[in-house]
Design a protein around this ligand. Structure first.
Ligand code: DP6
Length: 334
């Protein structure tokens, strides 16, 4: 650990990620140890940039997101995460946190993943901690489970693990390994009605939950091998099965959670029809109504144009495999 001063600052950028095999339910909710391993891809155009400025004189942490001073639950969650990093640093200094997203928040686009990965790397940088990727991934996981997958680069696997140090993500392949595209049909840009936190907490109330947990191991392996072999059909098939299992669990939880809207269903129908007609495109959804359509670069333009022409699609965001979370020299606080 290098010597750091209370006015030290650092800025980090992190990508959101889309899970092919998803995290849904936990065995330890304090440490965010998941019920199963998961696999994802970082999304290069969906980033969060965060500056952390340490300030001894502050009465408490302060948070600004997308130029809006933010208090309440969002600030409490950020402060709790900073506490975890302060514990590692052995310093109690408060922080000013300024964060900016390149994509809409709270619409099921895993914005918490990018946010907590960037916050972790920026705060660790400001405190002068020299941590490796696995240590940063474990710390990011405490803020938001899926954030641990936004620390390593490209295609990423989160190993379930059994404690804080072992439940971490690592890179299966770098971004340049495969020109895979995620064409995201945005059908709602507002806050989602049910947070993934509630979904994780209620997952075990579904009678389908034990079946999914039991069968995730082979899907994680299948997914990893499909990525390494750049096999679109195999990746797409295993991703869709896992996606529909997650949503079946959400819909059969007590009380049930329906993340899909009418617009979502219209996009699902269209994608399945296009595939029957020979276009190799597959879909997955996070805890929200937007539809992530996966295809290879050669088909991305066609998929994007077709999605844009569907009624109810507000926008289409296209993302390719992204970098791992990293420090940058331009800061959001002077
Ligand atoms: C459906 O990581 O957002 O996107 O740990 O409560 O922050 P918290 O949950 P979060 O859950 C992600 C759920 C998911 C699937 C996934 O990304 O694996």
């Amino acid at each position: 650990m290098r010597e750091t001063k209370p006015e030290a600052k650092a800025t980090a950028v992190a990508c959101a990620n889309i899970a092919f095999i998803k995290y849904w339910g936990r065995v330890d909710s304090a440490l965010n140890i998941p019920a199963n391993g998961s696999v994802s891809m970082n999304l290069d155009s969906l980033t969060t940039t965060t500056t952390v400025l340490l300030d001894e004189a502050l009465p408490g942490d302060a948070l600004v997101i997308n130029d809006v001073p933010t208090e309440g639950r969002a600030l409490e969650r950020v402060s709790r995460h900073l506490d975890a990093i302060r514990d590692v640093a052995g310093k109690r200094w408060r922080a000013r946190v300024v964060s900016r997203n390149s994509f809409p928040m709270g619409a099921g686009m895993a914005s918490s993943a990018a946010a907590y990965a960037a916050l972790t790397v920026a705060a660790a940088g400001a405190f002068g901690l020299s941590l490796d990727t696995a240590q940063l991934s474990a710390l990011a996981r405490l803020g938001s489970g899926s954030a641990c997958r936004s620390i390593p680069a490209g295609f990423v696997e989160w190993q379930q693990g059994h404690d804080h140090a072992s439940s971490v993500a690592y890179s299966i392949a770098p971004p340049e390994h495969w020109a895979l595209c995620d064409c995201i049909a945005v059908v709602a840009a507002g806050e989602k009605a049910v947070s993934s936190l509630q979904g994780h907490t209620m997952a075990h109330t579904s009678p389908l939950y034990p079946l999914r947990v039991r069968t995730t191991g082979p899907r994680v392996r299948d997914c990893r091998e499909a990525i390494l072999a750049r096999d679109m059909v195999r990746l797409g098939e295993v991703t869709e099965v896992d996606n529909f299992m997650l949503h079946a669990i959400a819909m059969t939880s007590e009380p049930p959670i329906y993340y899909w809207s009418d617009e979502t269903r219209r996009v699902l129908d269209a994608v399945l029809t296009w595939r029957e007609q020979g276009l190799p495109v597959y879909l997955t959804l996070d805890a929200g109504p937007n539809v992530h359509c996966l295809c290879e670069q050669a088909h991305a333009e066609q998929v994007t144009q077709r999605l844009k022409a569907l009624p109810g699609v507000l926008d289409v965001l296209v993302a390719r495999p992204g970098a791992g979370a990293h420090l940058i020299d331009e800061h959001l606080i002077e």
